[in-house]
Structure formats: structure tokens, C-alpha cells
Design a protein around this ligand. Structure first.
Ligand code: HEM
Ligand code: DYC
Length: 408
């Protein structure tokens, strides 16, 4: 059964994966039909409306629009992106101090209709604000930091752009590695050892380029702006003590519903490379393994299907071990060490942008009114089984390291 399942991997387009952009949505739309101006005007003005304490009033004035005039996948993705930003802004505009319990129907009804059509939860996810939240300044220009801009922002200034665009550039760097996956699967099925070794070298090079792209975070994101502002807006309403019940989606469901806040565990790229290399993150390291599984439900359905098809295919790890081929062995281990190095670098970033600012915040707390952050932050305790996000990231990095093939 491996044969037919893995054969289907040959056509990446069918999984909404692009040779050039990987899991990134190529050429996202930036405009909707004028009928949807009430959504687009609020979403485009979010930082100003939130800082001016106008957002709730603006949302109360919004008409209940029909989703019937939305045409095609890209219009649905753009509508979801706009409604997702407004929803996060609406819930967290008080910075987590005074939260809301009800999302008004003018937002909730279309947002849930569109989310149903796209098979995504009615909360902002990575596929919205990283994969579909971008445009080229010069459409014929390259995909690089100078020629890119984001479509929507939260308060936190240019750090929004830095955070979302650096993530986008890391995802774009992964495209070359994702493109090599069907070649790898084919080589396993047909014993093409030579093409397999070349494809594995392409994967290792791609992961190395992802780490290069990561370095742009230092000039693109300010730790204080990230920690105190942007991060709050990515918080969710599941396992969040500020919203113990979750959120009522008015006009959709009678009871409140809970959804996880944004996490890059929703990125298909890293989960894909983990599956390819046979890296299984278990609950053993004290973080909830099913959390990573849950996050697959927060990915576009086609990307989720690609990961599942890959996972049901032949094991690259077993194949390389069975050949006893030194070149394949080295090429496989290079992929694993590059992935571990990427995760180590990411841990340094998390320290600079969360642990250190959080420490300063605690210190301020001693002096002043302090800041509301524990539990409201998307990048913190949730989903980590209480070991905290650093324990979560370290466990994932250590499991990656252990996936090296040992000398025979
Ligand atoms: C200011 C920059 C960043 C900070 C503070 C940060 C912080 C974190 C934290 C705390 C987690 C664990 C909790 C969670 O999943 O939300 C996480 C997970 C993750 N982040 Fe980031 N991150 C940053 C930038 C990036 C970038 C640019 C990427 C590139 C795509 C990225 C990729 C990931 C991935 C893939 C995970 C899931 C865990 C894994 O598979 O290793 N992060 N990040
Ligand atoms: Br919603 C949303 C979900 C995930 C992210 C994100 C991009 S890179 C990264 N590391 C941790 C989270 N994260 C941003 C917004």
C-alpha cells in the first residue's frame, strides 16, 4: 500500500504546495469586493483603532455581511485573515486586562462560515498571519525583506512586520527542501540511492538557508515591542486563565468555545521535516505530544493531508539504515544536525524575545503596577505540559538531536 499512497505525493500542487514558495500562499490577494469594505477598513486600521480605544465601537457598528460574494480560495483566505485580525484585536484590545466574553455576530457569523469552508478554526492561525499576510512591493521583484510588506498588523509597530515577514522568509527558504520530498519518496520506492543522496543534500542545504533567514529577526523585531504588545494579540482562549470559559461566537453557537492561540507548531514545514526524518516528539519530555498533533487541525487541510500521506509512506530512516551506505548515512545525519541547529538558534531567539523581557517585566512588577503576561501570552505555558515554552523548545531540539543515525 506504500506504492500508491506515496505515488500520490508526486504532485505537490494537489496539496496546495508550490515548488517556489513551499507552504506559503503564492501571490495572496490584497483586496476584496467593495461590499466587504466594512471588514477591510477596520482590519487595515487596527493599531490606530486599538490604541484609540475605538475598536469595540467600530465593531458594534459593523453590518452583518453575507459571505456569498466571496469567490475562490484566495478571497476566502483574505477574508479570514481580515476577520482573524479584527477578532484578536477585539478580544485582546485591553491587553488582557478586561477581556470580552462574546464575539458580536457581525464578526462571528461570517468568520465561522468562512472558517468552515476552509476547514480551519475560527481563530487567527499561522497560515493566516504568516503564510497569507504578505505582498511584494514590486510584483516582478524578488521575495526578499526589501521587497515585501505585510497586509495587516497589531499594535507593536514594525516588529509586526519583522516577526511575520521573517517567518515568511524562513518558510520560503524551506521550499527547496519540501520540493525534494517527492524525489526522496520516489528514490526509496525505486532504490535510486544516488538521487536519494542528492535530494537529502538539497534538504540539508534548505534547512541551513532557513537558519540564515532567521538571523533577520534581530534587525526586524524589537524585544520589548514583541513581548509587551504583539505577543498578547496572538493569545488564544483555551487553557487561558483570562478566558476560562472560552469565547461565545454570537449567532453561531449558544455555548462558549475554546481555541488555542497562535503557535508555529501550526507551521507545516517543521512538522513535515520531522515526519520525513522520522523524528517523533513524544510526551516523554514532559510536553503534551498531542498538542503538536492538535496543531495539525490548525493547518490548511491540504497541508495536513500532505503530512499524513508522508507519515503513511515508507520510512526514510529505515531505508538508509538498511542500505548501510555511508554517503546516505552522512547525508541523512546532515539533515538532522541542520534541523537541530535551527531549533537551537530558535531557542536563543526565544530567550532574547521572551525570557529576558519577561525577567525585566517581573522586576518592574516589584516596583510598579507590572504587566499582565503570564498565561495571556501565546508563546508561553500553553501546550507545554507546564514545563514552560523553553522546556518545550528544548525537548523538541533534544529529540531532534537524538534522531542522528549512530555509527553501525
Ligand atoms: C521573536 C521571534 C520568535 C519567538 C519569540 C518565538 C518563540 C517561540 C515559542 C515560545 C515557541 C513555543 C510555543 C509555541 O509554539 O508558541 C515557538 C515555537 C515555534 N517557533 Fe517560534 N519564535 C520566534 C520566531 C520564529 C520564527 C521566525 C520561526 C520560523 C518559522 C519560528 C518557528 C517556530 C516553530 C516551528 C515552532 C514549533 C516548535 C518547533 O517545531 O520547533 N519561530 N516559538
Ligand atoms: Br497566529 C500566529 C502563530 C504563530 C506565529 C509564529 C510565527 S513564528 C513563531 N514562533 C512561535 C509562534 N510563531 C505567529 C502568529
Amino acid at each position: 500500500e506504500h506504492e500508491d499512497k506515496s505515488e500520490s505525493l508526486q504532485n505537490l500542487e494537489e496539496f496546495h504546495i508550490s515548488e517556489e514558495y513551499g507552504f506559503v500562499l503564492p501571490d495572496p490577494l490584497t483586496e476584496l469586493p467593495d461590499y466587504y469594505a466594512p471588514w477591510m477598513n477596520v482590519a487595515a486600521n487596527l493599531p490606530h483603532l486599538i490604541e484609540g480605544h475605538q475598536l469595540r465601537r467600530e465593531v458594534a457598528k459593523m453590518p452583518l455581511l453575507s459571505t456569498r460574494y466571496l469567490r475562490g480560495h484566495r478571497q476566502l483566505r483574505l477574508a479570514r485573515l481580515a476577520l482573524g485580525f479584527i477578532t484578536m484585536g477585539y478580544v485582546w484590545q485591553g491587553g488582557g486586562r478586561q477581556t470580552v466574553k462574546i464575539l458580536p455576530r457581525a464578526l462571528a457569523v461570517p468568520y465561522c462560515t468562512i472558517s468552515e469552508l476552509l476547514d480551519l478554526p475560527p481563530i487567527l492561525v499561522y497560515a493566516d498571519c504568516v503564510l497569507a499576510n504578505w505582498k511584494k512591493r514590486d510584483p516582478c521583484g524578488p521575495l526578499n525583506a526589501e521587497n515585501l510588506d505585510i497586509l495587516f498588523s497589531f499594535p507593536g509597530g514594525d516588529s509586526n512586520k519583522g516577526f511575520f515577514l521573517v517567518s515568511l522568509l524562513v518558510e520560503a527558504a524551506a521550499a527547496a527542501g519540501i520540493k525534494a520530498i517527492p524525489i526522496i519518496v520516489n528514490a526509496i520506492l525505486h532504490h535510486g540511492l544516488c538521487s536519494l543522496e542528492t535530494a537529502l543534500q538539497d534538504v540539508a542545504l534548505s534547512i541551513c538557508k532557513m537558519r540564515e533567514a532567521f538571523k533577520l529577526i534581530h534587525e526586524g523585531v524589537n524585544p520589548g515591542a514583541f513581548f509587551r504588545s504583539l505577543r498578547i494579540y496572538l493569545s488564544g482562549w483555551k487553557d487561558n486563565f483570562l478566558m476560562p470559559e472560552g469565547l461565545v461566537y454570537e449567532g453561531v453557537w449558544d455555548s462558549p468555545k475554546q481555541f488555542f492561540g497562535g503557535s508555529a507548531a501550526q507551521s507545516s514545514t517543521l512538522q513535515c521535516f520531522d515526519v520525513l526524518l522520522g523524528i517523533q516528539h513524544s510526551a516523554a519530555q514532559g510536553f503534551s505530544a498531542e498538542y503538536l498533533g492538535c496543531m495539525r487541525d490548525y493547518m490548511p487541510a491540504a497541508h495536513r493531508a500532505f503530512i499524513q500521506t508522508l507519515a503513511s509512506g515508507p520510512s526514510l530512516r529505515q531505508f538508509v539504515l538498511a542500505t548501510g551506505d555511508a554517503g546516505l548515512h552522512a547525508a541523512f545525519n546532515k539533515c538532522v544536525s541542520e534541523l537541530a541547529a535551527l531549533r537551537s538558534y530558535h531557542m536563543q531567539i526565544a530567550t532574547k524575545y521572551i525570557t529576558i523581557p519577561a525577567g525585566r517585566c517581573q522586576a518592574e512588577q516589584q516596583q510598579l503596577g507590572g504587566c499582565v503576561h503570564e498565561g495571556t501570552s501565546v508563546l508561553s505555558e500553553r501546550g507545554t505540559g507546564g514545563t514552560g515554552f523553553m522546556g518545550f523548545l528544548k525537548a523538541i531540539r533534544d529529540t531532534t538531536r537524538k534522531a542522528q543515525l549512530t555509527e553501525q
